[in-house]
Write a protein that binds this ligand. Structure first.
Ligand code: ZN
Length: 276
């Protein structure tokens, strides 16, 4: 894990990250871990935009961004890392430009190809923590399975309309997405943002929360949302936390797992064209 190769603070970084360092739980040690760590964000969209901005601003040393799409005008109500002038550009390039403007010293890796059953495991192994900012269930299950199989922590989230949810997967210690819902929901039961809408600020809240979860993990502080599903309903003005247990029959992390290495592409076939 990257945070074993701790980056020493110097005068410049001590000043730049002073507001992080002042937090008792983080301090200089926590900041050095953050600077020496790496994070992959799957999807540079509504969740990925705030997640990437806050990870970069906080000092994560190496950031990967994975997205195969191009910026569309309908993205701009929530995908705040992209600008009007970015419409038509590849999202990894547009996001990369914004991230470099915030952090000229970040090691940025742009993955412009789809995250697939064939490359997900290798991609996960390159990072200390992964944020799932994808917008479809096949990719969310692919991320959860890759997390379980590689042992790399995953911060899962989803948003729709006024609401969102977050669950952090700590492989071997807490439940995965399949412990909650074993199989990918049928297409008709899983409306997308393109069908049901999403208020941009809701994605902003949830994506920023994902960044905080990832920072806690790499700094080794606090309690991750492992085994606890956080559900946010901004229309009602409520936040609730629901206990989620590991399921011994879970097809990914249970006692007799069906999902093994290498990942079977057929497992996610129903919407492969939607994989980010
Ligand atoms: Zn599981």
């Amino acid at each position: 894990m990257g945070y074993n190769k701790r980056m020493k603070l110097d005068d410049g970084t001590t000043l730049r990250y002073s507001r992080n360092i002042l937090i008792r739980e983080i301090g200089p040690e926590g900041q050095e871990k953050i600077l020496g760590s790496s994070a992959l964000v799957v999807g540079a969209g509504g969740l990925g935009s705030p997640a990437l901005l806050y990870l970069a601003a906080a000092g994560i040393g190496r950031i990967g961004v994975a997205d195969r799409d191009r910026v569309e005008i309908t993205n701009l109500n929530r995908q705040v890392i992209h600008k009007e002038s970015s419409v038509g550009r590849r999202k990894v390039e547009s996001a990369g430009e914004c991230i470099r403007a915030i952090r000229s010293d970040v090691l940025l890796e742009e993955h412009g190809e789809a995250l697939t059953a064939e490359n997900a495991v290798q991609r996960f192994r390159e990072y200390d923590v992964v944020i799932d900012g994808s917008d479809n269930f096949p990719t969310k299950y692919l991320c959860s399975d890759a997390s379980v199989l590689t042992g790399v922590p995953l911060v899962h989230a989803g948003v729709l309309r006024f609401g969102g949810q977050i669950l952090t997967v700590i492989p071997g210690a807490g439940p995965c997405l399949r412990c909650l819902i074993p199989e990918i929901p049928p297409r008709r039961d899983a409306p997308t943002c393109a069908e049901a809408g999403i208020l941009g600020g809701v994605a902003g809240i949830v994506g920023a929360w994902q960044a905080v979860e990832a920072l806690k993990i790499v700094a080794g502080v606090g309690e991750p949302l492992s085994g606890r599903l956080l559900a946010l309903d901004t229309l009602a003005g409520t936040v609730s936390v629901h206990a989620v247990s590991r399921d011994p029959r879970c097809p990914a992390c249970g006692e007799a797992p069906r999902i093994r290495l290498p990942l079977e592409a057929s497992e996610y076939d129903q919407e492969r064209s939607c994989l980010i």
